[in-house]
Design a protein around this ligand. Structure first.
Ligand code: FES
Length: 168
């Protein structure tokens, strides 16, 4: 049987060192992560998020493209799915429009109003937008749909954060 006994002073020293180390690690980890985060982000491709949409399959007909990303609010992380309406314009340029109606934030969809099959339609208050996302005067929305910046990488469409339409 060992006669090694821990004195009260030693016990307090071990305990305080352990607790202090634990607390220091708890404070340092977020700081290290904060410092390294931009590097991690850059390697993930910045703020552009990969969709499942192949660029060579984008036609002149707007199609719904869903994309999912992880959103961080302080300590809370959640998976968010966003949607864009994507098509090629007359010049062959890709256009990616936000589906969020500029009246009160309902969701617009392409061609869902049988009376206006070639427009974006918001069912909440009968808002209409032309194909380029510009609001139709006389309907409730007061501005055009936001636009997602995009990138093409390895044939896949990446979308950034939606910005106000340049016609706004
Ligand atoms: S929210 Fe779209 S028309 Fe009102």
């Amino acid at each position: 049987m060992s006669k090694h006994r821990v004195s009260r002073r030693q016990f307090l020293n071990y305990t305080l060192t352990g607790v202090g180390g634990f607390m220091a690690a708890g404070m340092l980890m977020p700081m290290v992560r904060f410092a390294v985060d931009p590097v991690l982000k850059a390697s993930e491709g910045g703020d552009f998020i990969a969709t499942k949409q192949r660029v060579d399959e984008i036609t002149t007909e707007p199609q719904r493209v869903d994309f999912t990303f992880t959103q961080k609010d302080a300590w809370y992380e959640s998976e968010v799915t966003n949607t864009a309406w994507v098509y090629r314009d007359d010049k062959g340029e890709i256009v990616a429009l936000s589906p969020v109606c500029k009246h009160l934030g309902c969701v617009v969809s392409w061609g869902s109003d049988s009376a206006n099959p070639d427009m974006f339609f918001c069912p909440c208050h009968y808002g209409l937008y032309t194909k380029d996302g510009v609001n139709v005067p006389g309907t409730p929305p007061l501005g055009p749909l936001d636009v997602f910046p995009y990138q093409e990488r390895d044939g896949i469409l990446y979308l950034g954060k939606a910005k106000p339409h340049k016609e706004a």
